[in-house]
Design a protein around this ligand. Structure first.
Ligand code: GRF
Length: 238
C-alpha cells in the first residue's frame, strides 16, 4: 500500500521537454547572423535549416552576402526569402567599407564566413571584434602560432592553411583531416579555435570525395560553433 494516497498526475514527458526548451529559448539572446559566401553554400543551407528547425533557437539569418554573382548559395538564400546581396569585390578597401556598412545596417551580431574566399583586413575586423568566425576545411591547432595539430590518434597533422586545404592534406598523405571553426584574425586561418572535427582520409579518396565527407561534418560543426559562440560571447560561458 502506498503511504500517501494523494495522486500526483505525472506531467507528460513531451510537456516537460517542451517547457524546458521554451525556457532555454527565452533565456537565449536573439542572434542575427550575417553569412558570407562565395560558392555552393551547403553550409549556409545547414544554417538555414538549423534556424528553421529550432536546432539553433532564437537565431535568424539577417543577411547573406556573396562576392560571386553566380554563387549557388545566393539562390539558396533567395529561395528561403532571405535578404541576399551580390557585392562585387573589385577594390578591396571600398568593398570592405560597403560590407561593413551592410552588416551594420542589417544589425548583424555574428558574421559567419561559410566558404567566403576573400581575406578581410585588420581594419575591417576591428569594426567587428570577436564577431567574425570562419569555417576552414582542415584541422587547425589551438595555438594559432603552431603549425601542427595533434589528432585524437596521436598523429601530428600539419596545419593546412590557405587555399586548397583538402588537396594539401591528400598531398601530405595524412590519415586524418577535418574542419575547424575559428575566430577570424588578420593572420589567415590562424585565429583562436571554437571547435573542430576530424574526418578520416580513405584509400582512393580524391579531392572531391574527401571534401564531400568533410562538408557533411561541417554542416553539423558550423551549427555547434554558432551555438558555442553565443554561449561564450553573449552569455559569458566558458
Ligand atoms: C567549406 O568546405 C569550407 O570549409 C570552406 O569552403 C567550403 C564551403 O562549402 N571554407 P559550401 O559553399 O558551404 O558548400
Amino acid at each position: 500500500m502506498p503511504r500517501c494516497a494523494v495522486m500526483v498526475e505525472p506531467v507528460p514527458r513531451a510537456d516537460v521537454s517542451q517547457r524546458e526548451s521554451l525556457s532555454r529559448e527565452q533565456a537565449l539572446p536573439h542572434l542575427r547572423l550575417g553569412v558570407l559566401i562565395s560558392g555552393s553554400g551547403t553550409n549556409l543551407q545547414a544554417i538555414i535549416e538549423a534556424c528553421a528547425s529550432g536546432r539553433l533557437p532564437a537565431a535568424e539569418i539577417a543577411l547573406v552576402v556573396s562576392n560571386v554573382a553566380s554563387a549557388a548559395g545566393l539562390q539558396r538564400a533567395l529561395q528561403h526569402r532571405l535578404p541576399a546581396l551580390y557585392l562585387p569585390w573589385r577594390e578591396p578597401e571600398e568593398s570592405e567599407q560597403r560590407l561593413a556598412a551592410l552588416l551594420e545596417l542589417f544589425r548583424v551580431d555574428l558574421v559567419v564566413l561559410a566558404g567566403w574566399m576573400r581575406i578581410l583586413s585588420a581594419g575591417f575586423l576591428e569594426r567587428f571584434p570577436r564577431r567574425v568566425i570562419n569555417l576552414h576545411p582542415a584541422l587547425l591547432p589551438d595555438d594559432p602560432s603552431a603549425n601542427v595539430h595533434i589528432a585524437s590518434d596521436g598523429s601530428a597533422i600539419p596545419a593546412f592553411r590557405g587555399l586548397h586545404a583538402i588537396r594539401q592534406a591528400l598531398e601530405a598523405g595524412v590519415k586524418v583531416t577535418g574542419s575547424t571553426v575559428h575566430y577570424v584574425t588578420p593572420a589567415v586561418d590562424a585565429g583562436p579555435v571554437l571547435c573542430r572535427a576530424e574526418v578520416p582520409v580513405l584509400e582512393g579518396d580524391s579531392e572531391e570525395t574527401l571534401h564531400e565527407r568533410v562538408k557533411a561534418v561541417e554542416h553539423e560543426l558550423i551549427i555547434e560553433a554558432i551555438a558555442r559562440w553565443r554561449a561564450r560571447e553573449l552569455l559569458g560561458q566558458p
